[in-house]
Ligand binder design. Structure first.
Ligand SMILES: O=c1[nH]cnc2c1ncn2[C@@H]1O[C@H](CO)[C@@H](O)[C@H]1O
Length: 494
């Protein structure tokens, strides 16, 4: 197969854009999750001047593990929205329109969130606006992830890895921002402002990057190639071509190009291609047939996120240090829980650029992913507090750091592995649907994990009244009509 007319990804521009798009899809959600302290404090104190992201002016720390109710707020719409690409709804709206409107929606909502930092309002009003934003931002993020991930299925697999690696970087960004705001001791309003301006800038950059993508000869080439293949040739899929390319060590090169360029592509629109590729008609891939091919990977992604979200951050963020140093104890959770998790998660996601083991023995995957359930007891037996039932077996900080290292590295690796392998299991025209289905199961995994974390926390402390008093935050904090309620950290109970 000759590759003489295959354009190169000049300066890795497409790779860089794809990475930024990955970052842009998760940065908004991550910022909302990590900014939970600010939202909770505003809900309970009603005034944005006295609250920070991880603490309040009175010095009481808001527990970073208290993201549950917000996470729930994110997961329901995310699951529903992730379903829309699978429901036959997606051919109605061209990909380009769908992606750009989601990005524009996220940008507008973040601008609103940023402006609200400066505006005083009653807690119930703030609550309604914020919950609405969480719902819409989560929905937009889910549609964005599913659609973009599907489109990337037409490029070599290394580009899907870059996208997922960008998503991992989003967590690192959010964790670093949280750490910086703690370390700088900046005034609460300034740190909240800078915290929400970051996703605004990130989304704006993503929009520009997405608009540049169709102008790249390399990207055009793959989309044309993908849509021009007739279904009979599709068994000679990208998967086959790519694995031989990867063996030759030239992952970023493309297959043989099409004979005739498509005018629409040169003009920068991809509309025609989308209709050719997955438009209405008898050949449109069915959810059922794609699911049959990827069910094992879908099952694995659910397991990976179930394990991860069951303990991170609900349990891991309550682990305390046994060190003598006050400063180390103060930075232990942001550094050893959040930053460590996000950096290793990112490294694990990026590792699939070099290794896709066990791609050839997929039956091994559920076993390996299942082994991650061991992290649940291991992390619970660290110094997580409050606890009444379980003993502490791993008292030293080093144990917790080692467990977190392996836990996050394996999370990143298996997330990226399952997501990258799914579009390769079927025909190229099915790759978009495979990406959307995987995004749906990803949301299922996140939800199962978040649900399980409530049970595990109850198991750790107590199944009766103590659990209620330790619920993060106290339920009253979510009742807009009880404005005098205060967020109390579980640590302050001791
Ligand atoms: O919407 C999402 N899409 C993909 N991954 C997500 C999403 N939300 C959270 N995580 C992933 O869950 C783990 C723990 O937070 C991290 O790996 C994070 O990237």
């Amino acid at each position: 197969m000759t590759r003489l007319d295959t354009p190169k990804d000049r300066y890795h521009a497409v790779g860089i854009i794809v990475f930024i798009l990955g970052l842009g899809t998760l940065l908004p959600c991550n910022s909302f999750m990590r900014g939970v302290g600010y939202f909770q404090a505003r809900l309970t104190m009603g005034d944005s001047l006295s609250v920070g992201l991880v603490g309040n002016s009175s010095g009481a720390q808001l527990d970073p593990a208290q993201e549950h109710p917000w996470l729930e707020g994110k997961l329901v719409p995310m699951g529903l929205s992730a379903l829309t690409p699978c429901s036959g709804f997606y051919p109605c709206i061209p990909d380009k329109v769908r992606i750009l409107s989601c990005m524009a929606g996220i940008l507008l909502l973040f601008i609103l969130t940023t402006v609200l930092v400066k505006i005083e309002m009653p807690p119930h009003c703030f609550f309604s606006i914020t919950m609405g934003s969480v719902w819409f931002i989560s929905s937009f993020c889910a549609i964005l992830q599913g659609t973009l991930f599907g489109q990337l299925g037409t490029l070599p697999q290394s580009y899907s890895t870059l996208f997922l690696s960008g998503q991992g970087m989003a967590g690192t960004f959010a964790a670093s921002a949280m750490l910086l705001s703690m370390a700088s001791g900046a005034n609460a309003q300034t740190s909240a402002l800078s915290y929400f301006i970051t996703p605004c800038a990130g989304t704006l950059i993503s929009i520009v990057c997405y608009l540049m993508l169709p102008r790249m000869a390399f990207f055009q080439h793959y989309l044309e190639w993908s849509c021009q293949r007739d279904p009979c040739n599709e068994l000679e899929t990208k998967a086959g071509l790519l694995s031989s390319e990867e063996q030759n060590g030239d992952q970023l090169e493309g297959p043989q190009g099409p004979e005739k360029p498509i005018l629409e592509m040169a003009n920068g629109t991809v509309k025609t291609l989308e209709i050719d590729q997955g438009g209405p008609g008898p050949e449109r891939p069915s959810v059922f047939s794609v699911l049959q091919k990827i069910w094992l990977l879908a099952f694995c992604i659910v397991m990976v996120f179930t394990v991860t979200l069951s303990v991170f951050p609900a349990i891991t963020a309550t682990v305390t240090s046994t060190s003598e140093s006050r400063q180390w104890r103060e930075f232990f959770t942001p550094v050893c829980c959040f930053l460590l998790f996000n950096v290793m998660d990112w490294l694990g996601r990026s590792a699939t650029s070099y290794c896709l083991w066990p791609e050839k023995r997929l039956w091994l995957l559920p076993l390996l992913v299942g082994l991650r359930f061991l992290f649940v007891p291991l992390l619970m037996l660290c110094q997580a507090e409050p606890r009444t039932h379980l003993p502490v077996l791993f008292r030293q900080d080093a144990w917790f750091i080692i467990f977190m290292l392996l836990f996050s590295l394996s999370n990143g690796y298996f997330v990226s592995l399952t997501m990258c392998l799914a579009p390769k299991q079927g025909l190229p025209k099915e790759s978009e649907l495979a990406g959307a289905i995987m995004t749906f199961f990803l949301a299922v995994g996140l939800s199962c994990g978040a649900g399980l974390s409530f049970l595990l926390k109850a198991l750790l402390s107590s199944l009766h009244c103590r659990t209620l008093s330790c619920l993060d935050p106290p339920l009253s904090a979510y009742k807009p009509w009880t404005s005098e309620s205060r967020v109390i950290s579980p640590k302050s109970h001791q």
